[in-house]
Structures are given as C-alpha cells and as structure tokens.
Design a protein around this ligand. Sequence first.
Ligand code: SF4
Length: 415
Amino acid sequence: MSEEKKAPRKKLAAAADINQFMRDYYLELDAAAAAGSPKIAWCTSVGPAEILRAMGFLVYFPETHSAMLGATRMATDLIPEANAIGYSPDICSYLTADIGAFLRGVTPLQKAFGIQSIPRPDVLVYNTNQCRDVQDWFVWYGQKFNAPVLGVHTYRGVDEVTDRHIVSIAKQLEALIPPLEKIAGRRFEMEDLRRAVDLSRQCSELWKQILDTAAARPSPITFFDGTTLMGPAVVGRGTPKAVEVYRKLLAELEERIRRGEGALEEERYRIYWDGMPVWGRLSAHAQLFASLRANVLASTYCNSWIFSALDPNDPIPSMARAYTELFIVRSDEAKEDYIRRMLSFFQVDGIIYHDAKTCPNNSNCRYGMPQRLEKETGIPSLILNGDLNDLRLISDEQTKTNVEAFIEQLEERRR
Ligand code: SF4
C-alpha cells in the first residue's frame, strides 16, 4: 500500500500503560529467574493460572512469547529449526516458532526489554482445552529444563457444558495441588485461591466491558487494537495490576463513546473476525481495512479471555466451568450460536474467517460454518487463507484483492 493511501490510525493513551505493564511483567520474571525466587510456573494461555498465582508462582505464558515472535516477524525464520528436530511445518506455528527460537538462542524480549532469555520454569502446567499442541510443547521444554510437567486433559467439541464435565475437570484441577505444594515448598490455602479467582474475575469483567464498547457506533476500538491491548487479560489475570490498567483503558474508551469518536476516521462497514490474528501483519491489516472504511471491531479471538463463570465463592468448580465454556472448546453448534449473538450485538455487516493453516483448532471455516451462518443470518463472509506466525503461508496480494472485493460486495448490498 502506498504512503499517500494510508488511513490515519488513532492511538489510545492507555496503550502506553499496557506496554509498561508488559515490560514490568517480563522484567519481574527475569529477576525471579536470576534470583531463583519466587518460583516460576509456565502456563498455557487458558490454563489454571489462578491456582499457580495462589501458590506464589510467577506465571509465564509461552504463547504470548510466540505471539511476540510473530509480531516481530522473527517466527518464519525460526520455524525450520523446530522442523529439523521432527516438528512438522503443518503443526502449530506458535510451538514451532517458540521451540525454534529456543534452539537458536534468540528472543524478542531482548530487543523489547533487554532480557536475554525466557525464564527457566520450576514447573510447567498445561490444559488441553485449546489443543493437544500445548501438551507436546510443554513436554519438550520440561525435558529440556528437567522440570516437572503437569496437565489437565479436557473435553473438546463440547455442546452443552454439564455437571459431568465440571466434576471431572474440577477433580483434575484439585489433583494439581499436591505436586504443586511440593514444588512451591508451601501449603495451598483456599483463601489465596479465592483472592486470585476474584482478581481474575474482575480482570475478565473489565476486559469484557472493554471489548463490548465496540457495540457503539462508531466503535471506539478495533480488533487490531484488541490484540495488542489483551496482554494483561492473558498474562496478568489474577493480579491487581491488570485490574488497574484495564480500569483506565475502559474509562478512555467510554470517553471516546461520549464524544462520538470512533477508532477510525470513518466507519462505513462493521466487520467481525473469527480465528487467530496474523501477528506479522497486524499493522498492514489494520491499515488495509481502515483505508476501505471498514472497522474490524470484534472477534472470537480477543473474547477468549472472558471468564464470566469465575466465582471466588466456588473457586475450583467455577474455574472448571470457565475453562470449559470457552469458545475454542465447544462444538460447531455452540460456536454458531455464540457467533450469531455476537453478530447481532455488534451490528455486523460482514464476517472474516481466518483459516490459519497451522491452527485447525482455531480455524472454524473448514466444516461449512460460514455457509450455514450466512444462510441463516444473510450476513456475507470471506475466508482468508493464512497463518498466525508462518508468513510463508500468506499471500499479501491475494488478501488485499479478496478484502477489497468483499468490501465492494458489502457496498453493493447496501445500495
Ligand atoms: S490453539 Fe492453535 S495457535 Fe494456540 S497453541 Fe493450539 S494449535 Fe497453537
């Protein structure tokens, strides 16, 4: 896209606070790794972070690190390192980029925060609610660091979440506690878990309110903003700092709504995004849509860190429910029902499905969902072929042509 065609993008002041939050988060982990205290637990992005925080661990999330590898466009070059030791180019490019970076001895934390390496884990804890790849990923690092690996094996393709699901997952969460007590060198206290769940719930509620501001016309936020503002919801849930930083962000968005100010100079079309972002093209995609007066304003992805079921009065069963009710865990019927509600809530004109080659778990367009939803709602959709991290799987020209044609189609419909 040429310079003169660039649409101006508005910055949120609270974004600077969120950058500082992420800097402090990684520096704290780095200092703990150097000092050997507090202990460090690695956790999957929708894993049981509250239990780990309640037991005094600092919590590190490899997926966020790999998203940074994608956003800094380091990932593509690193993936072959993991392929060379047997991890297929077709599996999760978060996994392959992250393991590749470790094998090469590089990290984006170096340039961003002056941190030389990822923090050594004392324990790694995964939940397969999102996919099996996280288990393989954590087991590999467990062997590398000679650290214990614990896991929750969950249901997938869940239609209705029932008590049977909750009891089974709650039992697995409880079973994590004795080995974690040994590693942490302290007893588990239910009061500490209540506090962590309470903070996590507050963070989740604020994050929901932030994302829901996109229902306003014009929307004060874009999906692309959301992907960079979501750090505290992922890595900071269960901490007071995440709550603090999101209060400020929400106030700024509400102020934009009061002033009638949108995230774009002009919002003619409202678009919903399903699936993973293309981390190495966030800025290019934001620019492309803005130049077409189209606001990609809401997504299944950013909403994945809303855990409305969390309840400090019933911490473990409510965690089991919150981490099973997630979009990615559910059947196509449940997902379609959810998307239908979101299309209406956000008053959407069109849907983009990102078919991410290396993440079938978060690509929902492969079994007829776009066609079914389009037939039911009349809202047109477009499938973009690409990937979250592997830029070799992306054609920028094709994306641009397809998006332009799609927006033209929306314009035709309006006429
Ligand atoms: S959900 Fe997809 S992107 Fe996330 S870890 Fe699993 S395979 Fe990778």
